[in-house]
Design a protein around this ligand. Structure first.
Ligand code: AMP
Ligand code: ZN
Length: 667
């Protein structure tokens, strides 16, 4: 078989596997085998760029960067939907329809209203050519590059598809993937995302498509616009789209009356929590496309469709007690402890009250009957008080003034909604929180130890900080509750093994406020070892790419502290890595020392990240905006015009990617 056919064959096979895995949910090969075939295809494509195809499954991993998303006018407008809330509303709507259409039989297709970000995707000759966000309905953003990384969206269609059409759908982030993303963020010390919908729509506008590719996004399709598709009804449209390879949920139902529609609504109102993604209602559409055309549109929505909104689930229950949680950073969160109540498919016992202002705003008190709602958020929220049920001897809530864990007077800084316990070194949950962060997967990744063990070790007085972990012996931990000999051994050897964890992760593990994974990497690269970092002052620190005043302050504060200095000495004596490895240092020079680069646009031979890395590895600095301190502006394609003007005005040299690569010489 010649190369071209081989490539084509691999593409077709991978396409079919993608479809089975992501659309039909019935994979027939292992992930490993899939990866091997994908690798083979990628290798062949790299060797034979002449057979490039924009619809190749190899492009799913992303990589292209979009600096600015172009605005494009929708060929046909993306309308809103009218809302209805009752059977009466629907019957009125039906009457209006019958008035226009006369005495004909009107059938309805009922679909779910998926809660995500709307998208319009264009296909020509079976290939995906463009994807636009809804925008204002008349024009949207061109997010094609990002959309192509979503595996359930076909890049190449199959079957008897029309030559040219647009298809509309909703980009959603299923609960499971959303929870996974948040678990990772929490482990990293980042704030979790609020809800799947905002995260899905935010994903579409990420500049780095590789990042989009890593998010478990899905696309559910519901409508085709275009000429000569040969389709005559909404229901048939859904079936056809499914045949061509699109993911179209099979819950859609053809209904012959408003009674049947209401049965569909009632069913899904109580069963929607069994679905893997979020829905906020039902969309009812006149089934016959000829009828749809006769009915037409108002200035904002089709007359042939209607949304029926599910009520945000709301229950009332008694608030027994307000308690206060102290986080790793000392932040205080008030928590409402509720009489258990069933809400949106789960039993709710607690709700976050956020902060003192929130409690005051709603005048929430213990023993009140409160209304609890579950929107898209993970944690239910209290949306009000049923004042009619307030006990007559009720007293306003007085927010705590002292830390519930260590009795220290709380602080609240200007502009901060939250109270903090300032007893950083003595407040138990802050201490154990830091140790838990230290052992977590993205930090020291200590196997055989979990958060509860940390609390137990602390309670028993065996550890007071993370350096103490390295002093533990098997004999120390054996007497602990539920600790068998084997697990004690695992714990101790897990701690020992962590001394090989590289410097940048150790730096992250220290739990310096505002120093997340990325910042830790930057600092490790810039300072190469802890001794240099420990003596750095604020002016020097802010020179490092992406390090601002806030982080610099926090770093300086941390290392100024005696206890921290002692802990670091201890960790050093136990063999923990406090400098970049020889291998990491090898490719580093000081050739660009004292020079600051700003990079802008898209590059041909290196990614932006690689370019940054090259600059930093060679002793240069990467700045985020052009200023008098900038030595060079490295200009790629699609560079922002304002950057160029600014560089020209300031007399900053503008160089190309090739100029830059020549500067650092052959590697
Ligand atoms: P709204 O924004 O409330 O006016 O509702 C209109 C939006 O609902 C559309 O832009 C779609 O993105 C979304 N939608 C979700 N599911 C469906 C569906 N099955 N049919 C039509 N629109 C839907
Ligand atoms: Zn405290």
């Amino acid at each position: 078989m010649n190369i071209k056919d081989k490539i084509e064959e691999l593409r077709n096979t991978l396409r079919a596997h993608n479809h089975r895995y992501y659309v039909l949910d019935t994979p027939t090969i292992s992930d490993y085998d899939f990866d091997m075939q994908l690798k083979e295809l990628q290798d062949l494509e790299a060797q034979h760029p002449e057979f490039y195809d924009a619809s190749s499954p190899s492009l799913r991993v992303g990589g292209a960067i979009t600096k600015n998303f172009d605005t494009v006018v929708h060929e046909s407008r993306m309308y809103s939907l009218d809302n209805s809330y009752s059977k009466d509303d629907l019957e009125d709507w039906e009457k209006r329809i019958q008035r226009v259409l006369g005495d004909v039989l009107v059938e309805f297709t009922c679909e779910l209203k998926y809660d995500g970000a709307s998208i319009s995707i264009s296909y020509e000759d079976g290939k995906l050519t463009q994807a636009l966000t809804r925008g204002d309905g008349f024009q949207g953003d061109n997010v094609t590059t990002n959309i192509k990384t979503i595996k359930s969206i076909p890049l190449q269609l199959k079957g008897d598809y029309p030559q040219k059409f647009d298809i509309r759908g909703e980009i959603v982030l299923p609960f499971e993937g959303f929870a996974k993303m948040n678990a990772e963020r929490i482990e990293n010390g980042d704030e979790p995302y609020m809800n799947p919908r905002n995260t899905a729509s935010g994903s579409l506008k990420l500049q780095d498509s590789a990042q989009v590719a890593r998010r478990p996004l899905d696309c559910l399709l519901y409508g085709i616009v275009g000429m000569q598709t040969g389709i005559t009804s909404q229901f048939q449209m859904l079936e056809k789209a499914r045949e061509w390879g699109f993911k179209v949920p099979t819950v859609a139902k053809l209904c012959k009356s408003i009674e049947e529609v209401m049965a569909f609504v009632a069913y899904w109102d109580s069963h929607r929590h069994e679905l893997p993604y979020e829905t906020d209602g039902v969309v009812i559409k006149v089934n016959n496309l000829q009828h749809q055309e006769e009915l037409g549109y108002t200035s904002k929505s089709p007359r042939w469709a209607m949304a029926y909104k599910f009520k945000a689930e709301q229950v009332s229950t008694v608030l027994h007690e307000i308690t206060y949680q102290v986080g790793r950073t000392g932040a205080i969160t008030p928590v409402a402890n509720l009489a258990p109540v069933l809400l949106a498919g789960t039993t709710v016992k607690r709700a976050s009250l956020h902060n003192a202002d929130q409690i005051e705003k709603f005048d929430i008190r213990e023993r009140d009957t409160v209304f609890v709602e579950k929107g898209g958020e993970i944690i239910p929220k209290i949306i009000g008080v049923d004042f009619s049920k307030r006990p007559t001897d009720s007293k306003p809530t007085i927010y705590i003034q002292r830390c519930p864990e260590c009795n220290t007077l709380l602080e609240r800084s200007e502009g901060d909604a939250k109270h903090y316990c300032p007893n950083y070194y003595g407040c138990p949950p802050q201490i154990t929180g830091r140790i838990q962060h230290f052992i977590s997967r993205k930090a020291m990744d200590i196997e055989g130890m979990g958060g509860e063990t940390v609390e137990l070790l602390f309670k028993e007085g065996l550890i007071r900080n993370y350096a103490d972990l390295y002093r533990l012996s098997k004999e120390d931990v054996m007497p602990l509750d539920r600790m068998a000999e084997k697990s004690a051994e695992n714990l101790v050897s897990g701690v020992k093994a962590s001394v090989t964890i590289p410097f940048e992760r150790v730096l992250f593990a220290l739990g310096i406020r505002f120093v997340g994974e990325t910042v830790a990497k930057k600092l490790a690269k810039a300072y190469k070892n802890i001794d240099a970092l420990m003596v750095a002052n604020i002016e020097e620190l802010v020179q490092v790419d992406e390090i601002g005043e806030r982080i610099a302050h926090s770093v300086v504060e941390f290392f100024k502290n005696d206890l921290n200095q002692r802990i670091i000495q201890d960790l050093k004596s136990f063999g923990v890595q406090f400098e970049l490895s020889a291998e990491k240092l090898e490719n580093q020079t000081e050739d660009l020392k004292g020079q600051t680069f700003v990079i802008s646009g898209v590059f041909e031979n290196v990614s932006r990240d690689d370019l940054k890395k090259l600059i930093e590895d060679n002793g240069g600095k990467v700045g985020s905006s052009v200023s008098s301190k900038t030595t060079y502006l490295v200009a790629g394609d699609n560079m922002g015009p304002s950057k160029r003007t600014k560089a020209e005005n300031l007399g900053v040299a503008i160089i190309s990617e090739d100029d830059f690569l020549a500067m650092i010489g052959p590697r």
